[in-house]
Structure formats: C-alpha cells, structure tokens
Design a protein around this ligand. Structure first.
Ligand code: GDP
Length: 365
C-alpha cells in the first residue's frame, strides 16, 4: 500500500498531528492490507459521495477507503551527514511515496523552537536542504561509477550520465529532483534512483488554535504559501492541537465543534484528501445491499487490477466490470433506472477505471 510520510523539524507539531490521525482510528479490521506498526496511522478518506450512495442503496454497512501515514520523527540540520541518527530518518523517507512536511506557523513562547525563533521558510529550507544533500550524495556516488563507462562510449552509460548531470546541477542550485525536466527515458532512469526530492510533497502549515478560523491573518502562513507557489506545492492549513482534541468525537459532535469555531471542514480532513491526491490515488465504489464501499486504486489502473484490490481471485477470474459513473447513478436515482437508461456499461479487461466509477465485478471462481 502507498504511504505518506510526515516530516518536519522537532517541535513543529508532528506528533500532535500523528496522534490525531491514530486517535481518529480507522477500524483496522476493515483494512487487513494495512501495516501494523506504531509509526503507521491509518486514515479513512472522507468522501461525500459515499454518504450519498449510502442514502441511495441503504446497505447494512458502509466502509470508506483508507490509506497510511508514516510518522518520520527527528529530521534535524545535518541529517544528511548522519547527525541525530540522520541517515536512519532519511532511509525512512526513502520508503514513503509522498511527503507531508509539517511547518510550524504558531507562535507560542512556551514551546521552544529548535533554531530559537519561528521562521517557517527557514525551517522548510533546512529540511529541503537535507533532502537535497542526501540526493546529491547518491548522485555523486553513481557518477563515480558511471562516468568511466560513459567515457568508453557505453550507450546506456552516456544516457544515464546526462540524467545524473542534470540532477547534480539542480541539487547544486538548491532545487529538488521533481523540478528537473526530463524526457520519458530519462525520467525512468531518475525514478530508478529513488531520490528523496523526487517524491511529491505538500506543506501542512500548523497554526494556533485561535487562528484556524481565519488563517489569512497569519503572516507565517502567507509566507509558506508564497514559497510553495514557486515550488508548485500545495499548502494545507491545520491546527494539530485542535485536530487532536476532536479526533475522538463522533461525526455530529465534530461538526458542532467545528461550526462553533467557524470552520467548515477540519484541516485534517482536507489534509487527508490532498495527500490522497498527491499519492496519485483515486476511488471507485461497490454498492450492494450488504455493503457500500469505497476502494482505492492508482490512476491508470485497468479493471482487472482494480478488481484485484478487493481480492486476488477477482483479478484472476475477471470477466467483466459492470460500470456506471457516480453522477449517472445518482442522477438516474438508482441502479435499475440507470440500467434502463443505458448508463450501465459492460467493460472488459482493457478498461481504465475512472475516479467515481461504481462497479460490479463479474468473475469466475
Ligand atoms: P514534534 O516534535 O514535531 O512532534 O512536535 P509535537 O507534536 O510534540 O509538538 C511540540 C509542542 O507544540 C507540544 O507541546 C504541542 O502541544 C505543541 N503544539 C503542537 N501543535 C500546536 C498548535 O497548533 N498550537 C500550539 N499552541 N501548540 C501546539
């Protein structure tokens, strides 16, 4: 399963946010494919379409889809040089598929900042630099091996050297690998290097309790937004402390609490959705009277692979996918009228599943 890693300097609110995630506690029995590890928190993906489908079908049970966040504590200045167990943390980042960088945007004199003052851009640069330095080291190592072969006109080595040099130049200019323009062949080579700065990243701006209703006044948040714009990265504003407080409330209580604060949707819910997108994930639904359920697939996956998300037998014995888009189903007012209106398609092995498809798989056992 794909996972997003939570990183950030000490004392920015990572553990608080991660606590909120684990307290919100997805029913892990529903998600046997998820990892059981204290550093991994499973989150359910909030999806209003699932609520609508539940109203329409009135199933016995409704199950949202879920994915994982991994808590990567302890990155500090000098991590790429092995300081503060740095290399261990960097190797944990290597294993995640996307990065959520928590940035401290709350002022609180009682909480020490590692570098003595709250300065989100400074913080971001410290982290990003560590990631870049680690990648630079990896690229230099590779260059040392490939350069010789490239000199001897080995064709593959020549191509790889071009990529390595492009990456090296970017790193020396303080730029992430994800910003480097590469053609398809080059991109494939770069991907194989599993660079830290190739991973998609977003910023979670952690603001104070009194600022969450209107973060536009928060100067730190504004600066993070400006910085992120150049980086082509998304910024989600959260208040980790409030999220931790409301994590254990049920839906109604949570809604009431948020509306008292003047907030429409919890920052954590926004963060979950943005991270889901960042990971390149999408959702299809199954809708039976027993169970209405959301399932996660990667953009571009074909029908049999998507069936395999439910069970490997579904993939192996795949015959057809009876498919209707969420909009068509809702607009028709149910499965039977949708069928009558010709909105339900019979899709085969080559069908590329779309976000929002409601599917009934036919398969041989
Ligand atoms: P970590 O080192 O990044 O994991 O940071 P923690 O989650 O342990 O947070 C460090 C301190 O900041 C703790 O005392 C938290 O209670 C506090 N903290 C975290 N988020 C907020 C916030 O949004 N507002 C305020 N005032 N304090 C926060």
């Amino acid at each position: 399963a794909l996972t997003a890693g939570i990183v950030g300097l000490p004392n920015v609110g990572k553990s608080t946010l991660f606590n909120a995630i684990t307290k919100a506690g997805a029913e892990s029995a529903n998600y046997p494919f998820c990892t059981i590890d204290p550093n991994v928190g499973i989150v359910e993906v909030p999806d209003p379409r699932l609520t609508k489908l539940t109203e329409l079908v009135e199933p016995k049970k409704t199950v949202p889809t879920a994915f994982e966040f991994t808590d990567i504590a302890g990155i500090v200045k000098g991590a790429s040089k092995g300081e503060g167990l740095g290399n261990k943390f960097l190797s944990h980042i290597r294993e995640v598929d996307a990065i959520v960088q928590v940035v401290r945007c709350f002022a609180d004199d009682n909480i020490t900042h590692v570098s003595g003052k709250v300065d989100p851009i400074d913080d971001i640069e410290v982290i990003n630099l560590e990631l870049i330095l680690a990648d630079l080291e990896a690229v230099d190592k590779r260059i040392a091996r490939v350069a010789k072969m490239a000199k001897q006109k080995d064709k593959d080595a020549v191509i790889e050297m071009t990529v390595l040099e492009k990456l090296k130049e970017a790193f020396e200019n303080n730029q992430a690998a994800r910003t480097v323009e590469l053609n398809e062949e080059q991109a494939k080579l770069a991907k194989g290097m599993h660079l830290l700065t190739s991973k998609p990243m977003l910023y979670a701006a952690n603001v104070g309790e009194d600022e969450i209703a209107d973060p536009s006044d928060n100067e730190y948040v504004q600066r993070v937004r400006e910085f992120a714009k150049e980086d082509n990265a998304e910024v989600i504003v959260v208040c980790a402390k409030i999220e931790e407080e409301i994590a254990e409330l049920d839906e109604d209580e949570k809604a009431m609490f948020l509306s008292e604060l003047g907030i429409e949707e919890s920052g954590l819910d926004q963060l979950i959705r943005a991270t889901y997108d960042l990971l390149g994930l999408a959702t299809y639904f199954t809708a039976g009277v027993q169970e209405v359920r959301a399932w996660t697939f990667r953009h571009g996956m074909k029908a049999p692979q998507c069936a395999g998300v439910i069970h490997t037998d579904f993939e192996r014995g795949f015959i057809r996918a009876e498919t209707v888009s969420y909009d068509d189903l809702i607009n028709s007012g149910g499965m039977a009228p949708a069928k009558e209106a010709g909105k339900v398609r019979l899709e085969g092995k080559e069908y590329i599943v779309k976000d929002g498809d409601v599917i009934h798989f036919r398969f041989n056992v």
